[in-house]
Write a protein that binds this ligand. Structure first.
Ligand code: KG4
Ligand code: ZN
Length: 338
Protein backbone atom coordinates (compact mmCIF):
# COMPACT_ATOMS: atom_id res chain seq x y z
CA UNK A 1 0.00 0.00 0.00
CA UNK A 2 1.54 3.29 -1.15
CA UNK A 3 0.68 6.45 0.78
CA UNK A 4 1.40 10.08 -0.02
CA UNK A 5 1.99 11.95 3.27
CA UNK A 6 1.74 15.73 3.56
CA UNK A 7 2.92 17.79 6.54
CA UNK A 8 2.57 21.57 6.95
CA UNK A 9 1.87 22.13 10.64
CA UNK A 10 4.68 24.60 11.30
CA UNK A 11 7.65 25.78 9.23
CA UNK A 12 8.48 22.84 6.94
CA UNK A 13 6.52 22.12 3.78
CA UNK A 14 7.02 18.43 3.30
CA UNK A 15 5.66 15.48 1.34
CA UNK A 16 6.69 11.84 1.15
CA UNK A 17 5.78 8.59 -0.52
CA UNK A 18 5.96 5.55 1.78
CA UNK A 19 5.12 1.92 1.03
CA UNK A 20 3.52 -0.28 3.71
CA UNK A 21 4.34 2.16 6.50
CA UNK A 22 8.07 1.50 6.38
CA UNK A 23 9.66 1.82 2.94
CA UNK A 24 10.41 5.49 2.27
CA UNK A 25 10.49 6.10 -1.50
CA UNK A 26 10.83 9.86 -1.10
CA UNK A 27 10.73 12.44 1.70
CA UNK A 28 10.99 16.00 0.40
CA UNK A 29 11.43 18.64 3.12
CA UNK A 30 11.37 22.32 2.14
CA UNK A 31 12.42 24.22 5.23
CA UNK A 32 11.36 27.80 5.83
CA UNK A 33 14.08 28.40 8.43
CA UNK A 34 15.83 31.19 6.43
CA UNK A 35 12.54 33.13 6.19
CA UNK A 36 11.88 33.05 9.95
CA UNK A 37 15.50 33.45 11.04
CA UNK A 38 15.53 37.24 11.18
CA UNK A 39 12.53 37.16 13.55
CA UNK A 40 14.19 34.39 15.65
CA UNK A 41 10.90 32.50 15.68
CA UNK A 42 8.21 31.14 13.38
CA UNK A 43 5.98 33.93 12.00
CA UNK A 44 2.59 32.26 11.33
CA UNK A 45 1.66 34.52 8.40
CA UNK A 46 4.99 33.89 6.63
CA UNK A 47 4.65 30.15 7.30
CA UNK A 48 1.18 30.05 5.69
CA UNK A 49 2.29 32.00 2.63
CA UNK A 50 5.35 29.79 2.07
CA UNK A 51 3.25 26.62 2.42
CA UNK A 52 0.85 28.02 -0.19
CA UNK A 53 3.74 28.69 -2.60
CA UNK A 54 5.58 25.44 -2.00
CA UNK A 55 2.97 22.76 -1.44
CA UNK A 56 2.42 21.93 -5.12
CA UNK A 57 6.12 21.76 -6.14
CA UNK A 58 6.97 19.78 -2.99
CA UNK A 59 4.24 17.18 -3.63
CA UNK A 60 5.25 16.96 -7.30
CA UNK A 61 8.89 16.42 -6.32
CA UNK A 62 7.94 13.74 -3.78
CA UNK A 63 6.07 11.82 -6.51
CA UNK A 64 8.92 12.29 -8.99
CA UNK A 65 11.62 11.16 -6.56
CA UNK A 66 9.52 8.12 -5.67
CA UNK A 67 9.25 7.45 -9.39
CA UNK A 68 5.48 7.18 -9.21
CA UNK A 69 2.38 8.99 -10.39
CA UNK A 70 -0.85 9.71 -8.54
CA UNK A 71 -2.30 6.57 -10.14
CA UNK A 72 -0.05 4.36 -8.04
CA UNK A 73 -0.96 6.11 -4.75
CA UNK A 74 -3.47 4.16 -2.61
CA UNK A 75 -4.23 6.92 -0.13
CA UNK A 76 -3.39 10.48 0.83
CA UNK A 77 -2.63 11.51 4.42
CA UNK A 78 -2.12 15.04 5.78
CA UNK A 79 -1.53 16.49 9.23
CA UNK A 80 -4.61 18.21 10.67
CA UNK A 81 -3.53 18.82 14.30
CA UNK A 82 -1.87 20.22 16.36
CA UNK A 83 -0.03 23.20 14.88
CA UNK A 84 -0.46 26.67 13.42
CA UNK A 85 -4.00 26.94 12.07
CA UNK A 86 -3.13 28.74 8.82
CA UNK A 87 -0.20 26.43 8.16
CA UNK A 88 -2.24 23.27 8.88
CA UNK A 89 -5.09 24.43 6.63
CA UNK A 90 -2.87 24.50 3.56
CA UNK A 91 -1.60 20.91 3.80
CA UNK A 92 -4.97 19.58 4.92
CA UNK A 93 -6.95 21.37 2.21
CA UNK A 94 -4.40 20.41 -0.44
CA UNK A 95 -4.46 16.76 0.66
CA UNK A 96 -8.25 16.56 0.83
CA UNK A 97 -8.66 18.25 -2.55
CA UNK A 98 -6.12 15.97 -4.22
CA UNK A 99 -7.77 12.90 -2.69
CA UNK A 100 -11.26 14.06 -3.74
CA UNK A 101 -10.16 14.89 -7.27
CA UNK A 102 -8.37 11.56 -7.77
CA UNK A 103 -10.92 9.43 -5.92
CA UNK A 104 -8.40 8.27 -3.31
CA UNK A 105 -9.12 7.71 0.37
CA UNK A 106 -8.05 10.54 2.68
CA UNK A 107 -6.66 10.25 6.20
CA UNK A 108 -6.17 13.19 8.61
CA UNK A 109 -3.16 12.63 10.86
CA UNK A 110 -2.33 13.79 14.38
CA UNK A 111 1.16 15.30 14.23
CA UNK A 112 2.14 13.87 17.63
CA UNK A 113 1.21 10.31 16.64
CA UNK A 114 3.31 10.88 13.53
CA UNK A 115 6.35 12.06 15.54
CA UNK A 116 6.19 8.86 17.59
CA UNK A 117 5.77 6.76 14.46
CA UNK A 118 8.99 8.22 12.97
CA UNK A 119 11.04 5.59 14.83
CA UNK A 120 8.79 2.83 13.44
CA UNK A 121 9.74 3.78 9.88
CA UNK A 122 13.18 2.26 10.27
CA UNK A 123 12.49 -0.72 12.53
CA UNK A 124 9.80 -2.82 14.08
CA UNK A 125 9.02 -1.81 17.68
CA UNK A 126 6.71 -3.92 19.83
CA UNK A 127 4.08 -2.18 21.97
CA UNK A 128 3.70 -1.17 24.75
CA UNK A 129 6.50 1.27 25.40
CA UNK A 130 7.13 4.68 26.93
CA UNK A 131 7.05 7.56 24.49
CA UNK A 132 9.00 10.79 24.89
CA UNK A 133 7.50 13.39 22.58
CA UNK A 134 9.55 16.55 22.72
CA UNK A 135 9.19 19.35 20.22
CA UNK A 136 8.75 23.10 19.91
CA UNK A 137 5.15 22.84 21.10
CA UNK A 138 5.02 19.72 23.28
CA UNK A 139 6.79 17.82 26.04
CA UNK A 140 4.89 14.61 26.60
CA UNK A 141 5.77 11.45 28.50
CA UNK A 142 3.28 8.77 27.53
CA UNK A 143 2.45 5.10 27.55
CA UNK A 144 2.06 3.91 23.98
CA UNK A 145 0.01 0.73 23.50
CA UNK A 146 -0.57 1.07 19.75
CA UNK A 147 0.08 3.55 16.95
CA UNK A 148 -2.99 5.55 18.06
CA UNK A 149 -3.25 4.45 21.66
CA UNK A 150 -1.44 7.05 23.67
CA UNK A 151 -1.99 7.58 27.34
CA UNK A 152 -0.41 10.84 28.42
CA UNK A 153 1.34 10.35 31.76
CA UNK A 154 2.97 13.74 31.99
CA UNK A 155 3.25 16.94 30.06
CA UNK A 156 4.59 20.44 30.57
CA UNK A 157 2.73 22.75 32.89
CA UNK A 158 4.14 25.81 31.07
CA UNK A 159 6.70 26.00 28.23
CA UNK A 160 7.61 23.06 25.97
CA UNK A 161 11.21 21.79 26.01
CA UNK A 162 11.97 23.04 22.49
CA UNK A 163 10.38 26.39 23.28
CA UNK A 164 12.78 26.82 26.23
CA UNK A 165 15.78 26.03 23.98
CA UNK A 166 14.47 28.53 21.42
CA UNK A 167 13.82 31.33 23.93
CA UNK A 168 17.19 31.03 25.69
CA UNK A 169 19.01 30.93 22.34
CA UNK A 170 17.06 33.96 21.13
CA UNK A 171 17.90 35.96 24.27
CA UNK A 172 21.64 35.26 23.97
CA UNK A 173 21.68 35.53 20.16
CA UNK A 174 23.03 31.98 19.80
CA UNK A 175 21.35 31.36 16.45
CA UNK A 176 18.21 29.92 14.97
CA UNK A 177 16.63 27.43 15.45
CA UNK A 178 17.64 27.63 19.10
CA UNK A 179 17.74 23.91 19.86
CA UNK A 180 20.29 23.18 17.17
CA UNK A 181 22.36 26.26 18.10
CA UNK A 182 22.50 25.33 21.80
CA UNK A 183 23.25 21.68 21.02
CA UNK A 184 26.17 22.74 18.79
CA UNK A 185 27.60 25.31 21.23
CA UNK A 186 27.23 22.97 24.20
CA UNK A 187 29.63 20.48 22.63
CA UNK A 188 32.47 22.87 23.55
CA UNK A 189 31.09 23.98 26.91
CA UNK A 190 31.08 22.66 30.46
CA UNK A 191 27.67 21.60 31.82
CA UNK A 192 28.94 22.26 35.36
CA UNK A 193 29.43 25.98 34.66
CA UNK A 194 26.06 26.74 36.28
CA UNK A 195 23.83 24.87 38.67
CA UNK A 196 20.32 25.70 37.54
CA UNK A 197 17.54 24.34 39.77
CA UNK A 198 15.47 21.33 38.75
CA UNK A 199 11.86 22.46 39.29
CA UNK A 200 9.73 20.82 41.91
CA UNK A 201 6.19 20.69 40.59
CA UNK A 202 4.79 20.61 44.18
CA UNK A 203 1.15 19.84 43.64
CA UNK A 204 0.87 22.04 40.56
CA UNK A 205 0.91 19.13 38.18
CA UNK A 206 1.04 15.37 38.09
CA UNK A 207 3.88 13.04 38.98
CA UNK A 208 5.41 13.02 35.50
CA UNK A 209 4.78 16.63 34.55
CA UNK A 210 7.65 18.92 33.64
CA UNK A 211 8.14 22.68 33.83
CA UNK A 212 10.49 24.90 31.84
CA UNK A 213 9.55 28.45 32.73
CA UNK A 214 11.72 28.41 35.89
CA UNK A 215 14.79 27.20 34.00
CA UNK A 216 14.16 29.76 31.27
CA UNK A 217 13.98 32.59 33.83
CA UNK A 218 17.04 31.28 35.68
CA UNK A 219 19.10 31.06 32.49
CA UNK A 220 17.99 34.45 31.18
CA UNK A 221 17.33 36.74 34.16
CA UNK A 222 19.07 35.15 37.12
CA UNK A 223 22.17 33.60 35.64
CA UNK A 224 24.48 35.35 38.16
CA UNK A 225 22.69 33.59 40.97
CA UNK A 226 23.38 30.12 39.54
CA UNK A 227 26.77 30.60 37.90
CA UNK A 228 29.60 28.61 39.46
CA UNK A 229 32.81 30.36 40.41
CA UNK A 230 35.81 29.84 38.18
CA UNK A 231 33.83 29.33 34.96
CA UNK A 232 34.03 31.84 32.17
CA UNK A 233 30.62 33.15 31.01
CA UNK A 234 31.04 31.98 27.40
CA UNK A 235 28.16 31.09 25.03
CA UNK A 236 29.46 27.50 25.07
CA UNK A 237 29.30 27.26 28.87
CA UNK A 238 25.86 28.90 29.07
CA UNK A 239 24.56 26.52 26.39
CA UNK A 240 26.06 23.43 28.03
CA UNK A 241 24.75 24.27 31.52
CA UNK A 242 21.27 25.13 30.24
CA UNK A 243 21.08 22.03 28.05
CA UNK A 244 22.19 19.75 30.89
CA UNK A 245 19.36 20.97 33.12
CA UNK A 246 16.79 20.97 30.30
CA UNK A 247 17.57 17.36 29.50
CA UNK A 248 17.76 16.31 33.17
CA UNK A 249 14.26 17.73 33.78
CA UNK A 250 12.89 15.37 31.12
CA UNK A 251 14.92 12.36 32.14
CA UNK A 252 14.12 12.46 35.87
CA UNK A 253 10.40 12.25 35.03
CA UNK A 254 10.90 9.69 32.31
CA UNK A 255 12.97 7.41 34.56
CA UNK A 256 10.31 7.70 37.25
CA UNK A 257 7.80 6.45 34.68
CA UNK A 258 10.14 3.57 33.85
CA UNK A 259 10.29 2.61 37.53
CA UNK A 260 6.55 2.83 38.08
CA UNK A 261 5.31 1.23 34.86
CA UNK A 262 8.04 -1.40 34.47
CA UNK A 263 8.26 -0.49 30.77
CA UNK A 264 11.87 -0.61 29.62
CA UNK A 265 11.56 0.44 25.98
CA UNK A 266 11.61 4.17 25.30
CA UNK A 267 10.82 5.68 21.92
CA UNK A 268 11.64 9.34 21.39
CA UNK A 269 10.23 11.67 18.77
CA UNK A 270 10.02 15.38 17.88
CA UNK A 271 12.68 17.99 17.20
CA UNK A 272 14.25 17.86 20.68
CA UNK A 273 14.78 14.09 20.24
CA UNK A 274 17.62 15.18 17.92
CA UNK A 275 19.48 16.58 20.96
CA UNK A 276 22.88 14.97 21.29
CA UNK A 277 23.05 15.19 25.09
CA UNK A 278 19.56 13.72 25.52
CA UNK A 279 20.55 10.83 23.28
CA UNK A 280 23.88 10.28 25.08
CA UNK A 281 22.30 10.26 28.56
CA UNK A 282 19.53 7.89 27.47
CA UNK A 283 21.99 5.57 25.78
CA UNK A 284 23.96 5.36 29.06
CA UNK A 285 21.01 3.47 30.53
CA UNK A 286 22.06 0.10 29.18
CA UNK A 287 19.21 -1.55 31.09
CA UNK A 288 16.74 0.23 28.78
CA UNK A 289 16.10 -0.03 25.05
CA UNK A 290 16.13 3.56 23.80
CA UNK A 291 15.02 4.10 20.24
CA UNK A 292 15.48 7.37 18.36
CA UNK A 293 14.41 8.12 14.82
CA UNK A 294 17.26 9.00 12.46
CA UNK A 295 18.01 12.75 12.77
CA UNK A 296 16.20 13.65 9.53
CA UNK A 297 13.03 12.00 10.84
CA UNK A 298 13.10 13.75 14.26
CA UNK A 299 11.94 17.10 12.91
CA UNK A 300 8.81 17.58 10.79
CA UNK A 301 8.59 15.36 7.72
CA UNK A 302 5.97 13.84 5.42
CA UNK A 303 7.21 10.25 5.84
CA UNK A 304 5.98 9.96 9.43
CA UNK A 305 2.57 11.26 8.31
CA UNK A 306 2.42 8.70 5.49
CA UNK A 307 3.33 6.02 8.06
CA UNK A 308 0.33 6.85 10.25
CA UNK A 309 -1.82 7.13 7.11
CA UNK A 310 -0.86 3.56 6.25
CA UNK A 311 -1.70 2.31 9.75
CA UNK A 312 -5.23 3.76 9.51
CA UNK A 313 -5.88 2.80 5.91
CA UNK A 314 -4.75 -0.79 6.41
CA UNK A 315 -7.49 -0.97 9.07
CA UNK A 316 -9.89 0.65 6.58
CA UNK A 317 -10.14 3.80 8.68
CA UNK A 318 -10.42 7.01 6.65
CA UNK A 319 -11.44 10.58 7.46
CA UNK A 320 -14.57 12.38 6.25
CA UNK A 321 -14.24 15.34 3.86
CA UNK A 322 -15.53 17.51 6.71
CA UNK A 323 -12.45 16.83 8.85
CA UNK A 324 -10.96 20.13 9.98
CA UNK A 325 -7.78 21.50 11.52
CA UNK A 326 -7.22 22.02 15.22
CA UNK A 327 -4.45 23.95 16.94
CA UNK A 328 -4.57 21.52 19.84
CA UNK A 329 -3.81 17.85 20.32
CA UNK A 330 -7.03 16.74 22.04
CA UNK A 331 -9.66 14.63 20.41
CA UNK A 332 -7.70 11.49 19.59
CA UNK A 333 -8.29 8.23 21.34
CA UNK A 334 -6.73 8.21 24.78
CA UNK A 335 -4.79 11.33 23.87
CA UNK A 336 -4.93 13.98 26.56
CA UNK A 337 -5.09 14.03 30.31
CA UNK A 338 -7.51 11.39 31.59
O1 KG4 B 1 9.25 18.63 15.86
P1 KG4 B 1 9.71 19.96 15.41
O2 KG4 B 1 10.46 20.08 14.12
O3 KG4 B 1 8.50 20.96 15.29
C1 KG4 B 1 7.44 20.94 16.21
O4 KG4 B 1 6.56 20.10 16.05
O5 KG4 B 1 7.53 21.79 17.15
O6 KG4 B 1 10.57 20.56 16.63
C2 KG4 B 1 11.15 21.81 16.56
C3 KG4 B 1 11.83 22.08 17.91
C4 KG4 B 1 12.40 23.49 18.02
O7 KG4 B 1 12.05 24.03 19.28
C5 KG4 B 1 13.90 23.25 17.93
O8 KG4 B 1 14.68 24.24 18.58
C6 KG4 B 1 14.03 21.90 18.59
O9 KG4 B 1 12.91 21.16 18.11
N1 KG4 B 1 15.27 21.18 18.22
C7 KG4 B 1 16.22 20.84 19.10
C8 KG4 B 1 17.26 20.23 18.37
N2 KG4 B 1 16.89 20.21 17.04
C9 KG4 B 1 15.67 20.81 16.99
N3 KG4 B 1 16.27 21.00 20.44
C10 KG4 B 1 17.37 20.55 21.08
N4 KG4 B 1 18.42 19.98 20.44
C11 KG4 B 1 18.40 19.79 19.10
N5 KG4 B 1 19.44 19.21 18.48
ZN1 ZN C 1 6.74 18.53 14.89
Amino acid sequence: MTILGIESSCDETTAAVVVDGTKILSNVIATQIPFHEKYQGVVPEIASRKHTEWILPVVKQALEEADCTLDSIDGIAATNRPGLMGALLIGLTFGKTLAWATGKPFIAVNHMLAHLYAAHLSREIPYPYLGLLVSGGHSIICKVSGFDEIEVLGTTIDDAAGEAFDKVAKFYGFGYPGGVAIDTLAKNGDPKAARFPIPKINGLGHEYDVSYSGLKTAAINQIDQFWNEGYERTPENIAAAFQETAVTILLTRLFKAVENTGLTTIVAGGGVAANTRLRALLEKRTDLTCIFPPLKLCTDNGAMVAGIGYQYLSKEITSPWTVNTSARVEGFRKFGRR
